[in-house]
Design a binder for this molecule. Structure first.
Ligand code: ATP
Length: 303
């Protein structure tokens, strides 16, 4: 479990993280979202003791990172996959990490196998693709078999097979009861991976909720309607009888505030033919855009 209490980081006049309080629970994949510059990486760095908070604290299973006797066995992290010295061979990099953290060298072979890098373990890291570097970073994070994993943009540079692999890995780690905190800008990917979301904007907490609650709370669910007499349909559906609102698009209508069944019945009663009638469910991307747009507008008004 990771607990943040009034966590704050100021760089000069920039409030990178502002009074952030939340808990990242075990047994779940928690997605960490926010626009560019929202403070996600800074928060992760403070959890890992790489940056000192201006105020507040980050605790991992009750203690700051630095107070854990073998931190790599408690928390594994992938922050910047390119941070490894390019002249080093992959296996040597992991061996060095294992030795300095009291981890058996046999574990190096295990994690190389786990991430699919066993064949290239003797190659220099400088020649690795971004995807291979990401896999090496994940191997390093898994080295201490930690209960808590923190991944900053882990799918960056991975091909579709690699993306599927890491999604499965994260879901399996959470199913084993571990705590998984992951940031990503890929909303469709996050929607398939995370159970819970923490969203920040301008360093502040703006949502801390289950994925389904977050998406379900969006107002973006609508009924998509197509037919040969769109103008007549728009008139019929938009007369405000049932609180429905109609938006006209090129070849279809988007109707909110009603159901597909009600739209179908109205059309049928008026003798109008429909070519398409579908409920379009809200997506994480739509819910996220709606929320962060409000925050930006709100910040703009008050600035
Ligand atoms: N070392 C630093 N010195 C000064 N300002 C910094 C430093 N690190 C981060 N910042 C600023 O703090 C804010 C938060 O940055 P951070 O990298 O944590 O955001 P982020 O949410 O991870 O962004 P991204 O999605 O673009 O990676 C930004 O305004 C950034 O410019």
């Amino acid at each position: 479990m990771i607990e943040l209490t009034s966590l704050t980081k100021r760089y000069g006049s920039t409030m990178a993280v502002d009074e952030l309080s939340c808990t990242v629970h075990s047994g779940l994949v928690t997605g960490f979202l926010g626009p560019n510059g929202a403070g996600k990486s800074t928060t992760m760095r403070m959890i890992l003791g790489l940056d000192h908070p201006t105020r507040g604290e980050a605790r991992i299973d009750g203690k700051p990172y630095a107070e854990h006797r073998h931190p790599l066995r408690k928390v594994g992290a992938l922050l910047d996959a390119r941070a490894v010295h390019g002249g080093r061979k992959a296996r040597d990099h992991l061996l060095c990490l294992a030795q300095s953290n009291g981890i058996a060298s046999s574990r190096v072979e295990e994690v190389l196998d786990l991430v699919g890098l066993a064949e290239v373990a003797r190659r220099r890291v400088g020649g690795f693709s971004l995807g291979m570097s990401q896999r090496l970073g994940i191997a390093a994070a898994m080295l201490g078999d930690p209960e808590i994993l923190i991944f900053d943009e882990p799918v960056n540079g991975l091909d579709p097979e690699g993306i599927l692999w890491i999604r499965t890995l994260m879901r399996d780690l959470a199913a084993e009861g571990r705590t998984v905190l992951v940031s990503s800008h890929l909303m469709s990917e996050m929607a398939q991976t995370a159970d819970h979301l923490i969203v920040i904007g301008r360093g502040r907490l703006i949502a801390d909720t289950r994925m389904d609650t977050f998406i379900g709370g969006s107002s973006q669910r609508y009924v998509r309607v197509r037919g040969p007499r769109l103008a007549r349909l728009a008139e019929l559906l938009g007369d405000g009888r049932d609180g429905a609102r109609v938006e006209r698009h090129d070849d279809h209508l988007r109707v909110t505030g009603t159901t597909a069944a009600a739209v179908g019945e109205s059309a049928s009663a008026a003798g109008l033919t429909l070519h398409e009638l579908a409920t379009v469910e809200p997506t994480l991307e739509a819910a996220y855009m709606e929320l962060t747009q409000d925050i930006t507008e709100f910040a703009g008004v008050t600035a």
